[in-house]
Design a protein around this ligand. Structure first.
Ligand code: ADP
Ligand code: ZN
Length: 761
């Protein structure tokens, strides 16, 4: 019988950890079942309790795992994240494990079966069964590509499994096994059958015995053909220097700064290759999987069979399959979005964060983690390098690089085939003066579009507002039509003939007369993408026009399908919101029109200029990846705003140099750290009260500036009033102190957002 020792257990309940008696030798991260007064619950072992309470301790009922589900260093990361973001394990674990384990995370792993045990025992049939019990199929890139309607045919590879050689085989089977052995364990199915002159039945038998497996792979040859005859890239001097500058033997943080197309991905690939060659693993974070089919193709071509994909957009089964492969140690390179930073990957040798400035790395729901920041922390814990890459780095990372916390590497050369587009400002104030009315398409933009279409080229128009008209107002009484549940005006959608709330989804038929005063003088204000599309159809009757925004891309895969159609030249004019800014190169795109560049500058957020600069630069970059040289027309009412001026010059460093002193003077990040406490209630008073109390407790903490409680920028959503309390401090210390001085009740009315990126929601 095992010795029982006092052990701290974190419970899947909003309670602090409790001490139970558990067998000695349990490792942190193993799940146990324990009893509470209120019933049974699941717990996770934290470690021995050196100072157990002097009461009679209960034993744990059951130990569910013979090994921790999470590698020990990930455990340390979760521990850090829990303390930093103020959330319990019960909230973090669902982010790192397959849904089936945690959705009902009280269920033991596939009724007591352990994937690793099965694997060690060579019990492949059992493994498949366990996988099935988790609701996991196998997902590989060809399937993924196929499902998403992307090009790239799958081929089947046959691989020898680690199962022992069967005692009796037929001569044909022996031939196959011998051929595989000679080829290092794997061959393409077609070649193998050919070489051994056997039929598929022979193979099927071997698969049944578990000694070989068939694995779908991307067809590398056709992939290469698609990408051009010569895909062996010889790194240029700068890229080589960048690769050489990243020390693979310990922790370091590097900011790789280079415009789109400067070859950052080739640097990541080279580094990843070196790390994989050392037998270690690579964690590769991207802001959005759906928009990176090209990256996935490049990865699979470079590291065939080694890539697993973590997915937010795919359904749970598909997502689990790859996490399963991780748990089974089968995929040394894991690509994924935000939560992938917590993937149960062991022995990490490199972490890459591509497009590190992207807001999607920050979660907008509890727990509000920032994957980019956690990536740096994880690299630190793993003792490996982390590379953050961007063409327009976040000012936080840029500042860190200048303060010496990150190393700054630049790529300034542009490999052949990538040109900088010429960017021209169109002053909408001048247009207004000349035409004496509001201008949506300036004459120079119209002329440019006509020319592009006449030459069989493509144009792209960006307007960051969907719907037909932004809001309706009554000319007689001046009132607008607002959502009855939110502090926001309704947007008119002409096709659906609806007024819709973009926050809560409320919709109603557009009224004939003003709901406030009965007058008939209703007017729509502020055009959206739907209206732009309408106007384009009138202006260019023969053109093939495609609109891409949230309204036209609700179906899964429809955005990618649209972008692919545009890429294949099946679209003449592409119009849409910021969705257009990312991924994808359009070989025939020569004209980009930004209809209202300063729309984002009006948002009351200290990052408004930074976001506008990033968006404009990204969109402009779309025009620079064509075979033909591109042109960007940037329409604006504020041509002198720094975000616009530097976007026109495509000068990130100039923008940063102008914006940073401003942030410093006003005490905003990166010169200060912030926490945002939110609360909501059925009345403004109810929302304010808990924050008022919180403020009183926080006033004793030194080094804090407290603002609020004040109304959130959107003061009401779905009939709930929202308030916030903002904490600023010169460093992070006092913010952590604040969490200790006034701990939040789990499930209570107040929630915490550390390093907030979005103040509106
Ligand atoms: P980024 O990640 O910075 O946008 P990529 O690494 O994707 O840039 O490079 C852009 C294009 O240039 C890709 O097609 C890539 O294969 C090519 N490329 C990058 N580096 C080189 C090089 N040294 N020689 C030739 N082509 C290169
Ligand atoms: Zn609403």
């Amino acid at each position: 019988m095992d010795t029982l020792i006092p052990t701290r257990i974190e419970l899947a309940r909003p309670l602090p950890p409790l001490t139970y008696l558990a067998p000695a030798g349990l490792q942190p991260g193993m799940r146990v079942e324990v009893r509470l007064r209120s019933g049974r619950t699941l717990g996770v072992v934290l470690g021995p309790d050196p100072a157990p309470p002097a009461v009679k301790l209960r034993p744990v009922d059951k130990v569910l795992d013979p090994f921790p589900l999470l590698p020990p260093r990930l455990w340390d990361l979760l521990d850090f994240a829990g303390r930093y973001y103020g959330c319990g394990l019960a909230h973090l674990l669902p982010l790192c494990l397959p849904q089936a384990v945690v959705a009902d995370w009280e269920t033991p792993l596939a009724s007591g079966q352990r994937l690793c045990d099965l694997r060690d025992a060579g019990d492949w049939a059992g493994l498949a069964q366990a996988g099935a019990a988790w609701g996991a199929g196998t997902l590989d890139l060809p399937t993924l590509f196929h499902r998403r309607g992307l090009r790239g045919a799958g081929v089947t590879e046959v691989r020898r499994t680690p199962a022992p050689h069967p005692p009796r085989v037929t001569p044909s089977q022996a031939k196959v096994l011998l051929a595989l052995e000679g080829a290092g364990g794997a061959m393409l199915e077609a070649e193998l059958l050919d070489a051994c002159a056997v039929g598929p039945g022979v193979l099927a038998n071997l698969v049944k015995q578990g000694v070989v497996e068939r694995v779908k792979r991307l067809d590398l040859m056709s992939q290469r053909r698609e990408e051009g005859p010569d895909r062996t890239v010889v790194l240029n001097e700068e890229q080589r220097r960048a690769v050489g500058a990243v020390d693979l033997d310990g922790f370091s943080a590097t900011l790789l700064y280079g415009i789109t197309g400067s070859g950052k991905t080739e640097v990541y690939l080279e580094l990843a290759g070196r790390v994989l060659a050392r037998g270690r693993r690579v964690l590769w974070l991207v802001p959005e999987i759906g928009l990176t089919p090209r990256l996935l193709a490049r990865l699979e071509a470079r590291f065939p069979g080694k890539v697993a994909v973590g997915h937010a957009g795919l359904n749970a089964t598909e997502k689990q399959a790859d996490v399963l492969r991780l748990l089974q140690d089968e995929a040394p390179l894991f690509v994924g979005v935000r939560n992938a930073v917590l993937a149960p990957l062991k022995d990490i040798g490199l972490i890459i964060v591509d497009e590190e400035q992207e807001g999607s790395y920050k979660s907008e729901e509890h727990p509000r983690i920032n994957a980019r920041d956690l990536a740096v922390k994880r690299a630190h814990l793993e003792g490996c390098p982390v590379v953050l890459g961007s063409a327009t780095p976040s000012l936080e990372s840029w500042h860190a690089a200048h303060a010496g916390r990150y190393r700054l590497l630049r790529l300034t050369e542009r490999p052949a085939g990538v040109t900088l587009p010429t960017v021209k400002v169109v002053d909408l104030r001048e247009c207004y003066k000349e035409e004496r009315r509001k201008v949506v398409f300036s004459p120079v933009l119209l002329k440019g579009m006509r020319e592009a279409l006449a030459l069989g080229q493509q144009a792209m128009l960006l307007l960051n507002r969907r719907g037909f008209e932004n809001f309706w107002m009554c000319r007689a009484c001046g009132k607008t039509f607002d959502c009855p549940h939110c502090a926001l005006s309704l947007t008119y959608h002409k096709g659906a003939y609806r007024l819709r709330c973009h926050l809560c989804g409320y919709e109603t038929a557009p009224p004939e007369v003003c709901i406030h005063c009965g007058a008939e003088h209703l007017r729509g204000v502020g055009e959206g993408t739907e209206q732009i599309e309408d106007q384009l159809r009138e202006l260019f009757p023969g053109a093939r026009i495609l609109r891409l925004d949230r309204d036209t891309t609700t179906r899964r895969g429809s955005l990618e399908a649209g972008l692919l159609a545009a890429e294949a030249g099946e679209v003449d004019i592409l119009v849409g919101t910021q969705m257009l800014a990312k991924g994808h190169t359009f070989p025939k795109l020569t004209l980009v029109g930004i209809l209202n560049a300063d729309m984002g500058l009006k948002i009351p957020d200290f990052r408004a200029a930074e976001r506008t600069f990033q968006l404009l630069t990204q969109v402009a970059g779309r025009a620079g990846r064509a075979e033909l040289s591109g042109r960007v027309l940037l329409q604006t009412y504020s041509p002198d705003h720094p975000a616009i001026v530097h976007a026109v010059a495509q000068n990130f460093e100039g923008f940063a140099a102008e914006e940073l002193p401003y942030r410093e003077a006003l005490g905003y990040p990166p010169y200060a750290a912030m926490s945002l406490y939110r609360s909501e209630g059925d009345s403004p008073r109810e929302a304010r009260e808990p924050l008022r109390k919180l403020r009183i407790r926080l006033e004793t903490v030194p080094g804090l500036r407290i603002l609020g409680p004040l109304e959130s920028p959107i003061a009401k959503v779905k009939d709930r009033y929202r308030m916030q309390l903002i904490l600023k401090s010169a460093s992070r210390g006092p913010l952590g102190e604040a969490m200790r001085a006034a701990p939040l009740e789990p499930g209570g009315p107040v929630t915490l957002d550390r390093d907030p990126l979005n103040f509106g929601v």
